[in-house]
Write a protein that binds this ligand. Structure first.
Ligand code: KIV
Ligand code: ZN
Length: 403
């Protein structure tokens, strides 16, 4: 395999399997996710989420941006004390004061990481930072070197890398790795890239940064065009070995890459032979906790964790899934902590689904009796969105009286 096949000295403290295929899960629910308006959590709530993320098996928890407020600082301190398996990461700008405050906040972390960086796209260099490309490299190197004075594990982010020139980006990445960066994050900050484009960007770095084997490449994709998961997977396929994700895909604007989507995509496609340390049975519990505490409902058709993700409503699908689950399910719901898939009875349901539900409720019918009940069921289902077990009991009761 490529250069990223090597054992990484700083990441060595993490659960290790086969380095070439191990994808590290960096969860930023409590940083990039939590900055969404209305999603703010207090320290106690953040600790509860962090403990659940630890159970889920994430490798890194980005716990906050300590210089941004005393509350965020305190949360990083308390999360560092509360969890011990994941690396605890704190975000900074390429600013000395930010880095000092982050280092202070990480003082109780068993393994602490400083995540520092600066914008590298023309938009950021010229419009936002009023600077020039060489000065940005100098600031990036200075920030990484300064962070290294406090912690061994320093991640560098090239903000808006998605819209940065690849040749320039390669120069930045080479310089920050030389300065000691252990992880290099290539964010598609504005969710602009297409999967092929993002994958090519990662491949370009793998092929053009001479010291790339000294660092892990990380993806950090936003979902403005609905491509965050596809872009992250494309990044992995081209050599990234860390993905930055949030639970339920929460985050700035249209959100970040959803943890559950990347993890389950890698699990479903076993042929790719990528491995994460995630206990997938904890996914639903984590999703519910984040959604409840952040008061951020999960859309019903959200992949993996939406209410309808394992529910079958059309007659053809219901018949197929009753014959063999795998006809219409690519994931066993139990694998993500959902007890079972459901067959929702609506006017689109067929006899097979009705018969199945009747059997579950303890009723057996001859085909002609079932036909009668099915016709009455359709009458009711045309008037009502979905049919509950109570509705069925009433239908059965009136069928008995009619008989
Ligand atoms: O989207 C982004 O670029 C970020 C960085 C701060 C890592 O969140
Ligand atoms: Zn982001």
């Amino acid at each position: 395999m490529g250069p990223f096949n090597k054992f990484h000295p700083v990441i060595a403290g993490l659960k290790e399997t086969n380095m070439s295929n191990r994808v590290y899960i960096f969860d930023t629910t409590l940083r990039d996710g939590e900055q969404v308006p209305g999603c703010q959590l207090n320290t106690i709530e953040k600790i509860e989420v962090a403990r659940q993320l630890e159970k889920l098996g994430v490798d890194v928890i980005e716990a906050g941006f300590p210089v941004s407020s005393p509350g965020d600082f305190n949360s990083v301190v308390e999360i560092s004390k509360a969890v011990s398996n994941p690396t605890i990461c704190a975000l900074t700008r390429a600013v000395k004061k930010d880095i000092e405050v982050a280092a202070d906040a990480l003082q109780f972390a068993k393994r602490g990481r400083i995540h520092t960086g600066i914008g590298t796209s023309p938009y950021h260099i010229f419009n936002k930072l009023n600077s020039n490309p060489d000065a940005i490299i100098e600031r990036a190197v200075e920030a990484v070197k300064y962070a290294k004075k406090f912690v061994e594990d320093v991640e560098f982010y090239a903000e808006d890398a998605g819209r940065s020139d690849n040749e320039y980006l390669a120069r930045v990445i080479e310089a920050v790795i030389k300065a000691g960066a252990t992880v290099v994050n290539i964010p598609d900050t504005t969710g602009y890239c297409l999967p092929s484009e993002y994958g090519e960007k990662i491949a370009y770095l793998v092929n053009h940064v001479p010291n790339i084997d000294k660092a892990i490449i990380s993806t950090h994709c936003h979902n403005d065009l609905g491509m965050a998961t596809a872009n992250s997977l494309s990044g992995i396929m081209n050599g990234a070995r860390q993905v930055e994700v949030t639970m339920n895909g929460i985050g700035e604007r249209a959100g970040n890459t959803a943890l559950e989507e990347v993890v389950m995509a890698l699990r479903c496609h076993k042929d790719l032979e990528f491995d994460t340390g995630i206990d997938s049975k904890q996914i639903m519990r984590t999703s519910n906790l984040v959604s409840t505490l952040m008061r951020m409902p999960v859309q019903a058709n959200k992949a993996i964790v939406g209410r309808n993700a394992f529910s079958h409503s059309s007659g053809i699908h219901q018949d197929g899934v009753l014959k063999n689950r795998e006809n219409y399910e690519i994931i066993d719901p139990v694998e993500v902590g959902v007890k079972e898939s459901s067959i929702v009875l609506t006017a689109r349901s067929g006899r097979a689904a009705l018969k199945h539900r009747m059997t579950v409720l303890g009723y057996q019918y001859e085909p002609s009796e079932l036909d009668n009940i099915y016709n009455r069921f359709l009458d009711l289902a045309d008037k009502k969105k979905d049919i509950t077990d109570e509705d069925l009991e009433i239908l059965i009761g009136s069928e008995k009286q009619a008989g």
